[in-house]
Design a binder for this molecule. Structure first.
Ligand SMILES: Nc1nc2c([nH]c(=O)n2[C@H]2C[C@H](O)[C@@H](COP(=O)(O)OP(=O)(O)OP(=O)(O)O)O2)c(=O)[nH]1
Length: 165
């Protein structure tokens, strides 16, 4: 029996129903990288509250967005912070780890330094907060961001990212 996927994708050969007997496996697609900025200034971390889509609205995240083709994650971070917050920032250090967001998206985080401007929620967000280490768990982060924020806290402030509020 020929699998429907075999008909749908002309260029990818599947081992079943292939008269040439090719054993090439279907190509796996790489997830799109979403770069999150752990923007730090004066010992505080910037958190942004999403305004869309409805299933994410009201929850807090690290500002950023998808890396576009031909861009490095660091370039994407600078572009996204300019677009979303109207600031100039400089990426500093990669926060170790990566966190799946959906099957096709993965979150990677860099710390970043604010170079100029005062962040304003221009796109995708309706509120911003600069959080001290003691306030970092006062906002309701997106569930998938919690481990990323824990690692960020560890790297930036050298403490355990305990979720104790
Ligand atoms: N920026 C950002 N997005 C996150 C985080 N956590 C999380 O689940 N996401 C999700 C929300 C979105 O589905 C996706 C990022 O898309 P986006 O809408 O912010 O990125 P973008 O500006 O490049 O989007 P687009 O409208 O151009 O497609 O990742 C996070 O900490 N930061």
């Amino acid at each position: 029996m020929r699998h429907p996927a075999g008909r749908a994708s002309g260029s990818v050969r599947v081992p079943w129903g292939d008269p040439s007997g090719s054993r090439r496996l279907p190509r796996m697609t790489e997830p799109i990288v979403v770069v999150g900025a752990a923007l730090l200034n004066g010992g505080r971390l910037l958190a942004a509250r999403r305004s869309a889509p409805p299933e994410l609205a009201g929850r807090w995240e690290l500002p950023g967005g998808k890396v576009e083709p031909g861009e490095t994650p660091e370039q994407a971070l600078v572009r996204e912070l300019r677009e979303e917050l109207g600031v100039e920032a400089q990426p500093a250090e990669r926060v170790p780890g990566e966190w799946p967001l959906r099957s096709d998206l993965v979150l990677r985080v860099w710390t970043a330094r604010l170079l100029s401007g005062e962040p304003r929620p221009l796109e995708d967000h309706d509120e911003l907060r600069w959080l001290t280490p003691d306030e970092v768990w006062d906002v309701e982060w997106l569930d998938q961001d919690v481990p990323a924020v824990m690692e960020t806290v560890r790297l930036a402030w050298g403490r355990e990212g305990s979720q104790a509020r």
